[in-house]
Write a protein that binds this ligand. Structure first.
Ligand code: ADP
Length: 378
């Protein structure tokens, strides 16, 4: 168990590619930290630097108290699980899991005194195999396993070594949707049981939201925000994080903030809504200026389905596309100014494409961003 700390870490690849740009990140002991961002944002590079698979161009990387910039991978006491399981095809599940232990000269962690090394390895592999549901497969070869089972072997191979830190790089990408959800839960449970630091890389915001104690959102090599899933969702610091976290994504409306009779109004393309009192102070300095108004699809409802519709929250729209999801409906709507946005509404809502509708915005959930810096104004 250990913390992992990046201090001003930079990774430059040949050809001046700045993959990781001045990363400062303190991953706590026993934490499940998710590094998330679109392809090419530098998350795998950051992970590979922890593993010792990439050299650090500048800055300091610590595992626990120890600076590991120049420590070879095998001496870092980490285990890594990749998207491709990379199992040895000619070895059984048991031997695949035992391989790393046999390569080491030491006894497996937690071995009972008096056991031979091989007996201790057997005990450890069987114990881990049982804990992740592989007991009956230990004598099979990988080709006789499903993709999900193979990924579990890869996890098991990492677990048997009792590393200080687990590193996982998109470990669920090769699994089908249903298995992905199951394995997601398996990994969360593992983290709870093992109480070990886990650092998990994904491009999938749902994985990040469901698994992470905290999430580090990256873009173009730069850390955008580090916070708990709920705080990232509720208080994104900039438009990138706001648009990245949440599905369907937050809608953005280019608008002007207007002050009138002590009230602030958002004038969008073909609608006008009122800023709730609690945000007035924060936004007063932007009065008269352009802002980007943001609202999540789940904070929009058909007025006919609502009990109390507040003044200054109603927007006339035309329904463009209706997507029934069973538990909810996604509506693609157009404002009178032809701006498209998405609403997630009650499944009992009856609507047809082309219909005119009134929706209500839950303005207590509004976001506002500076159009130039894209930083939040709230
Ligand atoms: P992610 O994991 O977020 O998809 P990576 O960390 O793999 O991103 O890559 C970050 C950036 O570094 C990308 O622009 C990628 O093209 C570049 N990159 C990655 N590996 C190398 C390499 N070995 N040589 C040069 N550029 C690389």
């Amino acid at each position: 168990m250990a913390s992992v700390t990046f201090e001003h870490v930079v990774k430059k690849y040949a050809g001046d590619v700045l993959a990781v740009n001045d990363l400062n990140l303190d991953i706590r002991d026993k934490e499940f930290l998710v590094l998330v961002g679109p392809s090419g944002c530098g998350k795998s590079t950051a992970l590979r630097m922890i593993a010792g698979l990439e050299e650090i161009s500048s800055g300091v990387l610590r595992i626990g108290e120890r600076v590991v910039n120049n420590v070879p991978p095998k001496d870092r006491d980490i285990a890594m699980v990749f998207q491709s399981y990379a199992l040895y095809p000619h070895m059984t599940v048991f031997d695949n899991m035992a391989f790393g232990l046999r390569m080491r000269k030491t006894m497996p962690a937690g071995a009972a005194p008096g056991l031979s090394r091989e007996a201790a390895i057997k005990q450890r592999v069987e114990e881990v195999g049982e804990s992740i549901g592989l007991k009956q497969f230990l004598n099979r070869k990988p080709r006789a396993l499903s993709g999900g089972q193979r990924q579990r072997v890869a996890l098991g191979r990492a677990i048997v070594r009792s590393p200080q830190v687990f590193l996982m790089d998109e470990p669920l990408s090769n699994l089908d949707a249903k298995l992905r959800v199951q394995t997601r839960a398996t990994i969360s449970r593992l983290h709870r049981d093992l109480q070990t630091t886990m650092i998990y890389v994904t491009h999938d915001q749902t994985e990040a939201m469901t698994m992470g104690d905290r999430i580090a959102v990256m873009r173009d090599g730069i850390l955008q925000q580090l916070d708990t899933p709920q705080n990232l969702y509720d208080h994104p610091l900039n438009m990138f994080v706001a648009g990245f976290i949440g599905s369907p994504a937050m809608s953005f409306f280019t608008s002007t903030l207007q002050q009138e009779n002590n009230e602030l109004y958002i004038n969008g393309e073909g609608f006008r809504v009122r800023v709730p009192q609690q945000y007035r102070q924060a936004l007063t300095s932007a009065a008269g200026k352009q802002i980007i108004f943001g609202l999540r699809p789940e904070d929009i409802a058909d007025v006919r389905m609502e009990q109390n519709v507040e003044e200054g929250t109603v927007v006339p729209v035309t329904v463009d596309v209706v997507e029934p999801m069973g538990s909810e409906i996604y509506l693609y709507l157009l404002t009178a100014g032809q701006q498209q946005f998405v609403a997630r509404v009650d499944p009992l809502t009856r609507v047809q494409p082309g219909e005119q509708l009134q929706v209500t915005f839950d303005m207590k959930k509004m976001h506002a961003f500076d159009p130039t810096t894209q930083q939040t104004l709230m």
